[in-house]
Design a protein around this ligand. Structure first.
Ligand SMILES: O=C(CO)[C@H](O)[C@H](O)COP(=O)(O)O
Length: 207
């Protein structure tokens, strides 16, 4: 299972600092949606330039204009971009078209989608690389939140998937057991006093 570090910060400088500390322990460096909104596409270029050996993931969460939004992120250096699963098929197909042009990939984020296994199968048939079984920061803060539903949805979808939803050192083993190809961790790494050590601990928990 690969480890993806979601850098939910607001400046390119902060992202570069986080990436430098975590990079030895992670496979994928994600520029979080707030970072891209705050710093712009140049943040993608800066992270890719600093870490050309890593997969750079631009969490665009595109809902419309799929081809255009994916195109500008790939041109800026992204290897993977996200489109929302609640977007129309034509938006996803547009992003896939841009990915094919650049030899890159599209990930569909299933945040907010009620029937995640059903939508996962549909979007993989449209040509996306994998889906993200995702509970966002707000959903994680709701009473009674648990990762279990996401893990069950991933296991039953029958397509390649990642999981994101507050994964930490205590829960990453369950993510791996669910069959996920990628575990996404944000707060557990960037919120730790020692970012490198936190990333290393998550890596060590993957068997
Ligand atoms: O995309 C996101 C929020 O929409 C986050 O980057 C994702 O949820 C991973 O961060 P965390 O591990 O803190 O949940």
């Amino acid at each position: 299972m690969k480890l993806q570090f979601a850098m939910d910060t607001l400046t390119t400088e902060a992202a570069l600092e986080l990436a430098a500390a975590a990079a030895p322990h992670v496979d994928i460096l994600e520029l979080g949606t707030p970072l891209i909104k705050s710093a712009g596409l140049s943040a993608i270029t800066a992270v890719k330039a600093a870490h050309p050996d890593k997969i750079v993931f631009a969490d665009l969460k595109t809902m419309d204009a799929g081809e255009l939004e994916a195109e500008i992120a790939f041109a800026a250096g992204a290897d993977l971009v996200t489109v929302l699963g609640s977007a129309g098929d034509s938006t996803i197909v547009g992003a896939v078209k841009a990915a094919q042009k650049h030899g890159k990939g599209v990930v569909v984020d299933l945040i907010g989608v009620a029937d995640k296994p059903k939508r996962a199968k549909e979007v993989v048939a449209l040509g996306v690389e994998f889906v993200e079984m995702h509970a966002g920061l707000d959903e994680q803060a709701e009473d009674g939140f648990t990762l279990d539903t996401l893990l069950r949805d991933g296991a039953t979808a029958g397509v390649p998937f990642s999981v994101a939803g507050g994964i930490n050192a205590a829960t990453i083993a369950a993510v791996q057991e669910s069959g996920a190809q990628i575990a996404v961790a944000g707060g557990a790494i960037y919120g730790a006093p020692d970012v490198g050590a936190a990333a290393a601990a998550l890596r060590a928990a993957i068997v």
